[in-house]
Design a protein around this ligand. Structure first.
Ligand SMILES: *Cc1c(COP(=O)(O)O)cnc(C)c1O
Length: 412
């Protein structure tokens, strides 16, 4: 099984237990509790001496099958599926840091993550030290004895900056700080986070993995590369569980106690989504490149940004990290907010909606939506411009998409 390629492995990864009916797809175990034959069996399960599903908030066969498929293709130490991308980020940070600790990140983040850092977690005493992570040399001076992680998005949403993961990992590793990468825009298949030195991957499986915007979910992937004895909170756990210390702490405490489990129904939908992830990453990446080139050459467009375009300042690092799989997100600027709205309203095929990596192409004006809770000065710091439109490219025929865009340009 080990030598198989990504898509083959996803499709043929065996279940942990053979299905009694020989079902080819893991059925939806939409139940809460699991029965034990004897009281001793249930005691052994609680003592973790005889692993078994007990209660679906903690683990469930359908959710586990989804986790195991991701584990098989990432070669990770452990995978935990959670209720959303935000839950994945929150769980990891709450498991590795405590009050008074800090993490290093950039302000160029998904809006809700920025809000989590500057509002929710700040009030609980976690300091986030923001810097420009496109310059890896900025990391080292910010690391001190209380730094518990470096956090970034592989491609930032919506700035579309690409960080050099290996360069940041080298600096962090030398200081025994784990690297946490939000790989929502470049999930496994587009990016091999382990090969580039990221220790933990968190991602919103709502986006690419769900495969057609069927369900909200998140995934935590621990590559098993960080020595958790170097983390004060997980030091004791590391003695017993080694590279599984974080996964163990999450499963047996943080994730369990926060109650942020993925539902079995969602796990089923996303497991089916996962089967076609490679096809969709390739299709949307190819479509985005074509549309990016079209937008770049259009006289109504002030600037077009897509990391897979040769004109992008991040083209080289994009190619190194993701090959031709630069994903389905691009942005472009028109001359004003008013013009952006007029253009978006004139589209006939492309949908106005706030999501990414739907099979359908979606369009959004980030400044007036995801980032509307921030004042203008903050938006400027986050480089979320009034003139910027975000396009999440789907798997439609590009000719139809370009015709729709051209039609709308003709009306502004
Ligand atoms: C959408 C998104 C999230 C949050 O994911 P949810 O599943 O909506 O909670 C986190 N990071 C990035 C980069 C995202 O695009």
């Amino acid at each position: 099984m080990n030598k198989l390629k990504f898509i083959t492995k996803i499709l043929h990864n065996p279940f942990l237990k053979e299905d009694p009916h020989g079902s080819l797809q893991m059925p939806i175990y939409d139940n809460v509790a699991f029965e034990f034959k004897t009281s001793e069996d249930i005691e052994l399960a609680f003592q973790r001496k005889k692993p078994a599903h007990m209660y679906s908030r903690i683990s469930n066969p359908t959710v586990e099958a989804f986790e195991q498929r991701i584990r098989a293709v990432t070669d990770a130490a452990g995978v935990i599926a959670v209720s959303s991308g935000m839950a994945a980020i929150t769980n990891v940070l709450l498991a590795i840091a405590k009050q008074g600790d800090n993490i290093i990140s950039t302000k160029h983040l998904f809006g809700n993550t920025y809000s989590l850092f500057t509002k929710t977690l700040k009030e609980w005493g976690l300091e986030v030290r923001f810097t420009d992570l496109t310059r890896p040399e900025n990391v080292q001076p910010l690391i001190d004895g209380k730094t518990r992680g470096v956090f970034f998005e592989t491609i930032t949403n919506p700035q579309l900056e690409v960080v050099d993961v290996a360069a940041i990992a080298k600096i962090a590793k030398a200081k025994n700080v784990p690297v946490i990468a939000d790989t929502t825009l470049t999930p496994p298949y587009a990016f091999n986070s382990k090969a580039f030195g990221a220790d933990i991957e968190v991602l919103s499986s709502t986006k690419y993995i769900s495969g057609g915007a069927t369900s909200v979910g998140g995934v935590i992937i621990d590559n098993g590369t960080f020595d958790w004895s170097k983390n004060p909170k997980l030091k004791e756990e590391a003695k017993q569980f080694g590279p599984f210390a974080l996964i163990n702490r999450l499963r047996r405490e943080v994730f369990r106690n926060l109650g942020s489990c993925m539902s079995p129904h969602t796990a089923f939908l996303q497991s089916v989504g996962l089967e076609t992830l490679p096809l969709r990453v390739d299709a949307t990446s190819a479509n985005s490149l074509k549309i990016g080139a079209f937008l770049e050459g259009h006289n109504k467009v002030k600037a077009a940004h897509y990391p897979g375009l040769k004109s992008s300042p991040f083209f080289k690092i994009t190619t190194k990290q993701f090959g031709e799989r630069a994903g389905g997100l691009l942005t472009f600027d028109l001359s004003s907010k008013k013009e952006c709205f007029k253009f978006m309203d004139a589209l006939k095929l492309i949908r106005r909606a706030t999501n990414l990596n739907d099979n359908r192409t979606l369009i959004l004006h980030p400044a007036s939506t995801i980032f509307c809770e921030f004042d203008e000065a903050t938006r400027k710091e986050l480089n979320v411009r009034e003139t910027m439109i975000r396009l999440s490219v789907g798997i439609e025929d590009t000719d139809d998409l370009i015709a729709d865009i051209e039609g709308a340009f003709n009306q502004i």
